[in-house]
Design a protein around this ligand. Structure first.
Ligand SMILES: [Zn+2]
Length: 571
């Protein structure tokens, strides 16, 4: 039951915008529902736990959430004690500490919103009696060689509970994946009450309805079919409008899949008639906050006449396409860039209304992307260059995106805030152009054991520093809570954004190196150049990046110096 995979974590890492999960404001109700446990502190660990849980339990926001779960879903929220004998028979539980308070509220907020999707009264009757929170539940049967892993949700049948992990460091994937797993675990608890072995939803009958996933031609079809061959896997998909829609599509040519979907639906209907046809239809509607929306007015057929007639623009586009082998997508009506997670995504392409901005960018792209040697551009094998005006992901603007999770990567730039009259805006965009290329280079050329890969890079950092995402120490890194605020002391970063994850550390530094001498209208990026002189860790990282590119140039037989290597420095 692995809920988060490192790959998924990287898929969810959207560059150059800050996607913090909002902590909803909880109602401030009185803490009357909470009876204080008698304190008979036997061990130091227990007394410490008592203090910690008391301070979480006494918080009015937490108390209000407890109240709402009780009245809304008939579920009691509890905090597990260290190695809790009742709620963690098969797990070693690590109790929550006061520092986990924000994360606790955050998880309860989206768990509540997910549970509210069920028909009124359903969970009171069929849901778990307890939600038990801990910082970690580590399986007692876990092998010593595998890293300790605490699933976000665990069904604990004997006490009719769902165990909930509140991790020390929150990542977007915990919520995005967790929402689905919550439903899966709920269905596990519902199925556990099926006593009749001959029930249609029973495993014996279910097994006769499995689809053959071996001969399907697309990865999506294989993945969905495989997952839907399990009862919990199929149920989970019904709560994701995108997957539900795809599943329904595949069911049109897979009679057994159709039967499985109908079986799960009708079983739920048998438990509660509110699960009627209208209910299932509503679940399959893609919610507003997950829509992909094109903001262009496609009825105006002359919207790009000037861009099309502009010889310079068209020549620059041709040069870029030839050198990189990608297709430049810029016209309104072109496809939406394929974003990795299903959150609200709004985009628009340029029109003549912003001809000057578009033209300035195209020239900047020609100059800055034009300096890369073909040995690199051809190997990156980029499919599309998306040039967008609006590029809003979860209602936050994105300036650039190196889509290195795709089988064939693409590049995208969002220019809504670009102002060619402002040197700072020009500088930012120039850095962004190179920043995203570095992400693709990282993926294509940086290999295990290499100078900028994994620990070889991470170990350049100051003792004790951990990236917010993806470094081995991140899970136990208390600074993860208020990351940027608490981490201003660290040396070695071109921009605070680089503290997020190693690849953004490299991308921010690389982009500064590539643009330092031309920035500020030719006066140079003095703050960065000064930092490079006074910050030995930053200098060591810069040297490491330059050394990496030197050896890459040798490996690819790139003649140096060239425009690109000279910009990078170190020649
Ligand atoms: Zn980035």
């Amino acid at each position: 039951m692995k809920h988060t995979h490192p790959l998924i974590a990287s898929l969810l890492r959207i560059h150059r915008f800050k996607a913090y999960l909002a902590i909803a404001t909880a109602l401030a109700l009185a803490a009357s529902a909470l009876a204080q446990k008698p304190k008979t502190a036997q061990t130091e660990e227990e007394s410490r736990h008592a203090i910690a849980s008391a301070s979480i339990e006494q918080d009015p926001k937490f108390a209000a959430a407890v109240q709402r779960f009780q009245t809304g879903f008939g579920a009691t929220i509890k905090l597990a004690r260290a190695d809790d004998a009742v709620f963690a028979k098969n797990y070693v539980a690590t109790a929550l500490k006061p520092e986990h308070f924000d994360n606790t509220l955050q998880i309860l907020t989206w768990v509540e919103s997910e549970l509210k999707r069920y028909p009124a009264g359903f969970l009171k009757k069929h849901g778990p009696k307890n939600l038990v929170l801990a910082n970690a539940y580590i399986s007692k049967t876990a092998k010593g060689t595998t890293p300790a892993y605490s699933p976000t949700f665990i069904a604990e049948k004997s006490s009719d509970s769902i165990l909930v992990t509140v991790p020390t460091t929150m990542t977007a994937s915990i919520e995005v994946l967790g929402r689905g797993y919550l439903h899966q675990i709920l269905f596990t608890t519902i199925l556990a009450n099926v006593k009749d072995a001959d029930s249609p939803i029973g495993l014996a009958h279910w097994k006769t309805l499995e689809s053959d996933d071996s001969k399907l031609d697309t990865e999506t079809a294989k993945r969905l079919t495989k997952a839907s061959n399990g009862r919990e896997g199929l149920y989970k998909m019904l709560w994701d409008a995108w997957e539900f829609a795809e599943l329904t599509k595949f069911a049109k040519t897979d009679a057994k899949l159709m039967q499985r979907i109908d079986l799960v639906k009708s079983y739920m209907t048998s438990l509660d008639p509110q699960f009627d046809a209208a209910y299932w239809t509503a679940l399959a509607v893609i919610p507003e906050e997950q829509r992909v929306i094109c903001l262009n007015d496609l009825s105006d057929t002359h919207r790009t006449d000037k861009i099309k007639a502009d010889a310079d623009i068209q020549a620059d586009i041709k040069v870029l396409e030839k050198q990189w082998g990608f297709i430049v997508l810029w016209e309104p009506g072109s496809e939406a860039p394929p974003m990795p997670v299903k959150v609200r995504f709004e985009y628009s392409y340029f029109t003549d209304k912003k001809l000057h901005e578009f033209k300035t960018f195209i020239r900047m792209a020609r100059v800055n992307l034009g300096m890369y040697p073909e040995q690199i551009t051809k190997r990156l094998h980029i499919k599309n260059l998306y040039i967008l005006d609006t590029f809003d992901f979860r209602r936050s603007g994105v300036a650039g995106q190196g889509m290195n999770w795709l089988p064939q990567p693409s590049l995208a730039y969002g220019l809504r805030t670009f102002d060619p009259a402002k040197p700072a805006s020009i500088d930012f965009l120039r850095r962004t152009i190179h920043h995203e290329v570095l992400h693709l280079i990282d993926k294509e050329f940086s290999k295990e054991g290499g100078p900028i890969y994994g620990a070889n890079w991470d170990s350049l950092n100051q003792e004790g520093f951990h990236y917010r995402i993806g470094s081995p120490g991140a899970a136990g890194n208390p600074s993860g809570l208020r990351f940027y605020k608490d981490n201003t002391k660290w040396q070695g970063f071109a921009e605070p954004y680089g503290m997020n994850i190693a690849t953004d550390d490299r991308a921010t530094l690389y982009a500064r190196l590539m643009t330092a001498h031309v920035a500020d209208e030719g006066r140079g990026d003095q703050p960065f150049l000064e930092k490079l002189k006074t910050d030995p860790i930053l200098k060591a990282k810069a040297d490491r990046l330059i050394a990496f590119f030197k050896s890459l140039s040798q490996e690819l037989a790139i003649q140096t110096p060239n425009a690109w290597s000279s910009r990078l420095g170190g020649d």
